[in-house]
Design a protein around this ligand. Structure first.
Ligand code: 26Q
Length: 814
């Protein structure tokens, strides 16, 4: 099989062939969807030889592979990325034009695979892109959810969730391999027995099982010929499973049983904090992890490979605790199936795992009840108890007599019911434990996992997150990419620190003018999109102030809202003249977990405030609030390049890192933000002068919390704050209904767990500094250019280099 030729003619031939043979239609009778699917197949054909070659070379070389274990991959659109990675974009655009078609139209047909909630899932997608681009062998393992993150709609301003039917029009990017399916067992009992050599052994007699069917996806490196693999598992009923019931004659029950099995990969859980301990979620976790370990051991290692040396060939990176059940699973394989002694099994297992923590919120730490674990995975629970015994012995040796410490550190917590702390299991097993930004890693060592850092200080490290410059600069902001190419050459795409060379251009009038022209063009593009997508009209000449991220109280969308309401109230009451308000459009994008009441009420309130503010002539069109529904990666790619101001306003000590903050800075937005997560490092790099810092620091937050925080005192003493809150309480935004938003407003005044009121004045003052800078467009542009020039550090390529050096201890191929 020869690869298709790199010419417009060759491309057209291949495309028409795919249209005829894959879609079974002629060009003249084809639908846009046919055309999109044929285009996807064509691009895959160009990548195919490289994929096969990558697999062959990697297996022959017997090098160490990264096994990235993640319950989520928020991939975003595939077509454009594949075109970029294969250098086919211009050829495809011209070839399609010659067929009377348009690439943008076909591109718009794609539904992005939204197989993640937010930051953690998007990070996984950036990391696998970087590893492919850096020539590092990696297999991404995860779940092929039939329904990804829900599609958000608004009805009367309230969030209503719709199922995400991303597979409905065909899934051209996946390669199912049912012949390579793996059986995953659940339930049943464990049994001791004596083997033929007289050894005491244990075996698991499971009660039921499902088949895990792998679907492979190409992960193409940028212009380097490497194509890694993302392997997502889909659950189907096993033959044995339904035969049993079919034989019993209960056809309907047998079909129901099939549905039961297939539920496992049916839907992504839409919560990104406060996990609910749902049985199906634990099934998902074990399902993809067990399939992945089995797959790696059976298919990536040569016959007879000695598993004592497994860590020579794989390091499994645990993306948070979601896949940590892999630890007892590998122990089970080594001990029960391979006959290892405990000590050798533990030594081999420990070297194969590293753990990334993504949170600081105590309620976000996973705990699984031992009742559920024992029912679903009885052998794994025994192994966890055993790991705990060995571990607590080590704690006692290092801290003799410190019972309280041992209790704090135990893998087992005795609360209302007994549970397993998955973060502790991860910490005990991992060769390395990392946080995702410098401040976060420090807080992990000092607070969340302090006892573990006391015991094993060398296990702890930091790797600050990053984002892929291919998707988030080169693709999303291609006008800017052209400007960068003209100015620096194209090396920055894989060596983002080279953006440093832009620094002198911050003083170059010609460059600044072109920079502003790109920003204006991106705004016009966004205006067109929002008009068509949401019927939203963006006013011209406004500062574009953007807050996009999951809706969560700690991220404080409510603080942004209070700023808006306060500005509005001050104009209404004549405290400021409308003519003195900096023309500004505030743009929100946020999904709330379907069961998170406060988050949903906040969305409702934002939409109601938008309705009133946007229609009040007294503002003379100087303040607009826009909230397009269903923020996702595709929208982010249009929105971020158009932004002037990036809102990163979490309570200090709460946002582990943030990655949107990096995307905005790299696209020439200035940040208004707290001293939290990766904001800290962004500010250090860009310089105080070019970053609008406000709010308490993490130690100040801790002190205020310890001293007793009383939000009502801020309400009482700050007139503007009080007037803003009172305006909401008056029913002004709810058609006179005075209690509609009590949940949000009274919570702020009386509870305010995330101290929005304490930071309000400081935030408003920082916004005044923003306006001052914005009024001087020369100074603003200079700051924006310096933000770009100084944030090359936040490439996920750099994150991957840090993981390779500090955690994985391996190097790229060739
Ligand atoms: C766990 C158990 C049951 C159900 C759901 C979950 C679950 C799912 C997703 C828990 C957490 C998540 C996602 C967390 C997340 O996205 N964290 C973010 O990770 C980013 C990448 O490191 C950071 O930049 C963000 O600061 C962090 O909030």
């Amino acid at each position: 099989m020869g690869a298709p030729t790199y010419s417009v003619d060759g491309f057209v031939r291949e495309f028409l062939h795919e249209l005829n043979t894959n879609q079974g239609v002629t060009l003249s009778r084809s639908s846009v969807n046919d055309q999109y699917l044929a285009l996807a197949s064509t691009v895959k054909n160009y990548l195919m030889a490289r994929w096969l070659e990558t697999n062959r070379k990697t297996q022959d070389a017997k090098v160490k592979t990264i096994g990235y274990l993640s319950a989520e991959y928020l991939l975003g659109s595939q077509l454009n990325n594949a075109l970029l990675a294969s250098d086919l974009h211009d050829i495809a655009a011209e070839g399609l034009r010659q067929c009377g078609l348009s690439l943008p139209t076909l591109r718009a047909q794609e539904i992005e695979p939204g197989l993640g909630n937010g930051g953690l899932g998007r990070l996984a997608a950036c990391f696998i892109d970087s590893l492919a681009t850096m020539n590092v062998p990696c297999i991404g393992y995860g779940i092929r959810y039939e329904y990804g993150i829900f599609r958000q709609t608004f009805v009367d301003g309230r969030q209503v969730e719709q199922p995400d039917t991303w597979l409905a029009l065909g899934a051209p990017w996946e390669f199912p391999h049912p012949e390579a399916s793996v059986v995953v067992n659940f339930g049943g009992t464990t049994e001791r027995y004596t083997d033929v050599d007289g050894e005491e052994r244990c075996r698991w007699n499971p009660e039921w099982n499902v088949l895990a069917v792998p679907y492979n996806y190409m992960v193409p490196g940028y212009l380097n010929g490497r194509v890694n693999t993302l392997r997502l598992w889909s659950a189907v009923a096993t033959k044995a499973f339904d035969l049993q019931i079919f034989n019993a004659g209960d056809y309907a029950q047998a079909v129901r049983a099939q549905t039961f099995a297939e539920n496992i990969s049916k839907v992504l859980y839409p919560e990104d904090s406060t996990p609910q301990g749902k049985e199906l979620r634990l099934q998902q976790q074990y399902f993809f992890v067990a399939a992945s370990l089995r797959d790696f051991i059976n298919n990536e290692l040569e016959e007879g490979f000695d598993l004592h040396n497994l860590s020579d060939r794989i390091i499994f990176q645990l993306n948070d605790t979601h896949p940590v059940i892999a630890v007892p699973e590998l122990m089970r394989i080594l001990i029960d199936e391979e006959g290892f002694e405990w000590e050798e099994a533990w030594e081999a297992t420990r070297k194969c795992f590293a753990y990334t923590c993504h949170t600081l919120l105590p309620e976000a730490l996973e705990v699984w009840s031992t009742e559920l674990l024992g029912r679903l995975l009885p052998r794994h629970l025994e192994l966890i108890y055993q790991i705990n015994e060995h571990f607590l012995r080590e704690v006692h040796e290092t801290f003799p007599g410190d019972e309280i410490r041992a209790r704090r550190m135990s893998l087992i917590v005795e609360d209302r019911e007994q549970g397993v702390r998955m973060a502790h299991l991860a910490a005990v097993a991992a060769t390395k434990i990392n946080g995702v930004a410098a401040l976060h890693s420090q807080l992990l060592r000092d607070k969340v996992l302090k006892d573990f850092a006391d015991l094993w200080p060398d296990r702890f490290t930091n790797v600050t997150n990053g984002v892929t410059p291919r998707r988030f600069v080169r693709m999303a902001n291609y006008k800017f990419a052209d400007l960068l190419n003209d100015t620096l050459g194209s090396g920055w795409v894989t060596d983002l620190e080279r953006l440093r060379e832009l620094e002198p251009y911050a003083e170059d009038e010609d460059f600044k003018a072109r920079f502003r022209e790109v920003k204006a063009w991106n705004k016009r593009r966004l205006t067109g999109l929002l008009e068509a997508r949401d019927g939203i009209a963006l006013p011209e000449g406004h500062m574009l102030d953007v807050m996009v991220k999951r809706l969560h109280e700690y991220k404080r969308q409510s603080l942004k809202l209070l700023h808006i309401v306060s500005l509005y109230e001050q104009v209404l009451s004549g405290k400021i003249a409308a003519a003195d308000v900096t023309p500004r459009t505030v743009l929100f994008g946020a999904k709330a977990a379907p069961g998170y009441r406060m988050a949903k009420d906040t969305i409702h309130l934002i939409n109601k405030v938008a309705e009133v503010v946007n229609n009040d002539a007294r503002l003379e069109g100087r303040l607009k609030v826009a909230f397009p529904a269903n923020y996702n990666v595709t929208l982010a790619e249009k929105l971020i390049p158009a932004a002037d101001l990036s809102e990163q306003i979490s309570l200090a000590g709460m946002e582990a890192s943030g990655t949107g903050n990096m995307k905005f800075a790299l696209n020439g937005a200035l940040t208004i933000g707290t001293d939290d997560g990766a904001n800290v490092e962004i500010r250090q790099l860009v310089g105080d002068e070019h970053f609008f810092l406000f709010g308490m620091t993490e130690p100040e937050v801790a002190d205020l919390g310890a001293a007793g925080y009383n939000p009502a005192s801020y309400y009482e003493s700050n007139e503007n704050l009080r007037d803003a809150l009172n305006l909401i309480l008056s029913g002004h935004f709810s058609g006179g209904n005075r209690h509609l938003f009590d949940s949000v407003v009274l919570n702020l005044i009386n509870q305010d767990r995330f101290m929005a009121l304490a930071d309000f004045q400081s935030y408003v003052d920082a916004q005044a500094r923003v306006e001052e800078r914005y009024a001087d467009q020369e100074a603003w542009t200079r700051s924006a250019i310096l933000n770009v020039a100084r944030t090359g550090y936040f490439s996920s390529d750099r994150s991957m280099r840090d993981y390779l050096q500090r955690i994985w201890h391996t190097t790229p191929m060739i």
